[in-house]
Design a protein around this ligand. Structure first.
Ligand SMILES: Cc1cc2nc3c(=O)[nH]c(=O)nc-3n(C[C@H](O)[C@H](O)[C@H](O)COP(=O)(O)OP(=O)(O)OC[C@H]3O[C@@H](n4cnc5c(N)ncnc54)[C@H](O)[C@@H]3O)c2cc1C
Length: 535
């Protein structure tokens, strides 16, 4: 059982700022180790970017932000929480990912690698075998690679496991494959377009340019998770995932207090001692304050100015946030009328005319231009989970990235990048035109539409700075020991007792809980050392 408070109801072993997935994972782990924990959340409901709502149309559930959870399904710590005992039920679409092609055919990732390979081989003989070979290489190293990616840096134990298995998949040759740009990885291994589209499209979930090192690993990781754990969704909406994490916290005696924005971390002699809320309440931490807060806001707003070392202030000036996002949610009165129905209906759908066009759209975003033909990630949520809307309808979303500071419109010039209501409507029309091209008659099925731009996103979750979804760029120069600023790539901060546990910390964005888990483990380890020193 959690140890009793020292100063009363306002003192806990650990305080967690933010009830995003990382904050909730940290809290769960600390409670499992017997700590008392209070999670303070600014919004009215927990979950951060793992929430759902019914604002778009009556009877429709839309995931407000994230929707598919391959990383959570692959995460050893989330699995170990046994959230099914707390009401979580994962469900899957018939196919994992689809990409409609210009000729009416589909690039499809089915949950069964053999079905995927069969579909690829039908389009380009030889690709099926190449796909199965890639899957078999993954089988030998994938588990260790995922563990290494999710471990604190440097991943000593998981790294050793990975190193010993690399030889069985070709040693350095395979390492080179992992480091290849997504565009090259597809070209090197496959003759047809479908595997290339799937690798590049999945790499496009992060903001790593498709021609750069690191994008291949991202693409490979997601497609191979698609072949192993799939892209599951929580039955009933993303919110039921957050609710399960919250219920587990409560079952262990912890508390998640919503509508409680934290305005500052309290510091005494170089140690974080607690927090103050915007309402003026103070809470005290016996061992740790874990911040599930984007790095720029933790260091910019929550730490008293005088406490911030000059090197941190300097390093944070170079901190690079990831691109902004525009998300459109639709309530459709029928299924998406794809120009050709895929052989298996996918949950996730990528919209781009070709790999080159994807490169063009993402390149425009990197060059601060609003993309003319945005590369879109879309989710057919009722296809994945029939509880999301009435039978025969579809709860659909699409999002795409736009620059944080747009200097021009690479399209018709009618979008300015101010992202006021007018701008958003015009850009959503551009996104909808992309849907219309792939699914003629799409517009006639739309019964309601909601647009979330950077301002709406940040208002619903302060971590989504300017609509950035990953707590900082995922590009190599801000990963590992460079995340969020050059250092050790660990959760510890310059203040004793303060840990960065959000996606701004290694290994970054996505719902896997690793930054939260790493922060919780670091806090536990330090408390053990302090206990040992005190005798
Ligand atoms: C549109 C969108 C789509 C995405 N799609 C996917 C997907 O399909 N699959 C996937 O794996 N990942 C996806 N992601 C990324 C993923 O959701 C994030 O990487 C993940 O949620 C990060 O978790 P976190 O706990 O670090 O932060 P968040 O989820 O952002 O949560 C942070 C929490 O802290 C709270 N908070 C911040 N400051 C304070 C404060 N001062 N006081 C109190 N509370 C505070 C916020 O209100 C929020 O609840 C998506 C993200 C977005 C935005």
């Amino acid at each position: 059982m959690p140890s009793p408070s020292r100063r009363g109801d306002d003192t806990y072993d650990a305080l967690v700022i933010g009830a995003g997935p990382n904050g909730l994972v940290a809290a769960n782990h600390l409670l499992d180790r017997g700590w008392s924990v209070l999670v303070l959340e600014e919004q009215a409901t927990p979950g951060g970017a793992v929430r759902s709502d019914s604002e778009v149309a009556p009877g429709f559930v839309h995931d407000t932000f994230s929707a598919f959870y391959p990383l959570a399904a692959a995460s050893p710590f989330i699995r170990d929480f046994h959230l099914e005992k707390h009401g979580l039920r994962w469900v899957h679409a018939p196919a994992v990912v689809g990409h409609p092609r210009a000729d009416g055919s589909w690039a499809l990732l089915h949950r069964s690698r053999h079905v995927t390979a069969g579909l690829m081989d039908h389009q380009h003989p030889g690709d099926g075998e190449a796909w199965l070979q890639l899957c078999s290489q993954w089988d030998r190293v994938g588990h260790h690679l995922v563990r290494a990616l999710l471990s604190p840096f440097p991943p000593v134990r998981a790294g050793l496991g990975l190193a010993t298995r690399l030889r069985s998949v070709g040693g350095l040759g395979f390492v080179q494959t992992l480091l290849s740009p997504a565009t090259e990885l597809g070209r090197d291994r496959f003759g047809g377009e479908s595997p290339r589209l799937l690798l590049a499209g999945n790499a496009g979930h992060a903001d790593i340019p498709l021609g750069s090192a690191g994008s291949g690993l991202m693409g490979l990781l997601l497609v191979m998770l698609g072949q192993t754990v799939g892209f599951p969704v929580p039955e009933g909406g993303a919110g039921s995932f957050a609710q399960a994490l919250t219920r587990r916290i409560e079952s262990l005696g912890g508390r998640v207090q919503c509508s409680t924005p934290v305005s500052g971390v309290n510091v005494d002699s170089g140690r974080a001692t607690g927090v103050t809320t915007r309402h003026g309440d103070r809470f005290f931490a016996r061992h740790a304050v874990i911040a599930d807060v984007v790095a720029s806001k933790l260091y910019g707003d929550l730490i008293p100015r005088g406490e911030l070392p000059a090197r941190t202030t300097r390093a944070m000036k170079r901190f690079q946030i990831d691109p902004s996002t525009i998300k459109v949610d639709w309530a459709l009165d029928g299924p998406v009328p794809w120009s050709t129905r895929p052989p298996y209906d996918p949950g996730t759908v990528h919209i781009a005319d070709s790999v080159d066009q994807m490169v063009e759209a993402l390149g425009q975003v990197s060059a601060n231009a609003i993309p003319a033909r945005p590369f879109m990630l879309t989710g057919q949520m009722t296809t994945a989970d029939p509880t999301r809307s009435p039978a025969g309808t579809e709860s659909l979303w699409a999002y795409t990235h736009v620059p944080q500071h747009a200097t021009r419109d690479a399209g018709a010039g009618d979008v300015r990048g101010t992202w006021d209501r007018d701008d958003l409507e015009r850009f959503a029309d551009r996104m909808q035109a992309r849907m219309e091209k792939a699914a003629p008659g799409f517009g006639t099925r739309v019964s309601a539409r909601r647009i979330l731009g950077p301002h709406e996103m940040e208002a619903r979750n302060a971590n989504l700075v300017g609509g950035a979804i990953n707590g900082g760029t995922a590009q190599l120069h801000q990963q590992l020991v460079f995340r969020p600023t050059p250092g050790l790539g660990r959760a510890e901060t310059f203040l004793r007792g303060l840990y960065l546990g959000s996606s701004s910390a290694h290994p970054g964005g996505g719902v896997h809980g690793a930054p939260g888990m790493n922060a919780a483990r670091a806090a536990l380890a330090h408390a053990r050392v302090r206990r040992f020193i005190r005798g």
